[in-house]
Structures are given as structure tokens and as C-alpha cells.
Design a protein around this ligand. Sequence first.
Ligand code: 5GP
Length: 205
Amino acid sequence: MKSKELLVVLSSPSGAGKTTICQKILRKHKDYIYSVSATTREKRKGEIPGKHYIFLGEEEFNRRIRNNEFVEWAWVFGQRYGTLKKFVNRAKKEGKVALFVPDVQGGMALKRKYPDCILIFILPPSLNELKKRLIHRGTEKKEEMKRRLKTALKEIKFWSKYDYVIINQNISHTVNTVEKIIEAERLQSSRFDFAGWGGKKIKDL
Ligand code: 5GP
């Protein structure tokens, strides 16, 4: 019996832990699909092309826009990031859970295009904690970090547009909570394949 796909969008201000949460969920659920975003930003140390991001030059990114390959794309921190249609199509075809980790612009665009996708907003325990995490991460220069913090404050204002809000006090607890949301959402009657279960026969009786 094929399930209906479930598109799950996880957004959070930079440094609130969404990437780690997403990785942990994917490690536990090998059948989930991760939507690998395309970006024009430079690859960071340790990142694997095709796994973490699809790294593209300006020209190639433009070509894909013209080719209509993106569900959405946006400028984030002076670089372009975009969700590729092929991951949504794969999730639909295979009836899978697909995880997306765009910024709030991407989250809003995905909801407009796929109203039955679910939006989860991850908040850090506090603003001070967010600052600490951004400093601790140390992947950015001071100016870049300030810019990220300013953007984070703007992004946080979008919390009420999301279906769920989780305060990320503890990673494993947050992972469990996201898993529970996914489990419950998959059981919604609107996603139930009644015909596949045997409902067709009932009609014939
Ligand atoms: P980073 O460069 O730190 O990995 O990501 C920077 C920001 O880009 C994050 O807020 C992340 O959510 C956002 N981002 C990553 N992929 C996408 C995408 O496909 N679309 C949009 N709109 N934002 C994205």
C-alpha cells in the first residue's frame, strides 16, 4: 500500500540547530528523502557536494532558473539558494517523507505551492543562546556573524506562520518531537490510501 508523500519543512534562524536535527532524523529513517538545495555559496570545509548542497556557479544557477528546475529560490546572506523540483517529484512518486531546510522565504514559498506540506519552526532556547551558538560555530567571520544574527532576529518573527514551533532545548528531545509530528501527520485521514487498504472492495459490495 503506497502512502501519500509528506513534505516536511524545517526552518530556523541560523545556529538554532536545524541541520543537526535533520541529519539525526535522516540517520534514523533511511527511507526519508533529503531535499539537497542548490546554492551559489562557497563550499565549507567538510561539506560534500551533492550531499550537503549542490554547489553551482552563477551561470549554472541562472540556467536552472530558466529551465524551471526550482520550486523556489531566494537570496540568503548575499548568495542564492534554491529547492529543486526533482526532490518533490521523487517524494510524490515514491510516497515518501521528504525533508526541506530552507529559510523562511523558502518555507513560505513551499507552503504556497504545496498547501498540505507541514512547516516546523525550530527556535533556540533564548536569544542569548543563539548568539553563543553562532560564536561557538566559528565558521563565519565577525562581520558575517553579525549579519547572520540580524537576519536571525528577522526570521524569528515568522514563527506564527509555521504549523508547529519547537524550542530546541535538547537535540534528542527535539528529534523525537519532530518524529512524533511526522508520525501523526502521516496518519491524517486525508493522507490515507483507502482504496489501497481494500476500500475498493467495499464499494463493490
Ligand atoms: P548555510 O549557508 O548556513 O548552509 O545556509 C544559509 C541559509 O540558507 C539557511 O537559513 C538555510 O535555511 C537557507 N537555505 C538552504 N537551502 C535553501 C533553499 O533551498 N531555499 C532557501 N530559500 N533557503 C535555503
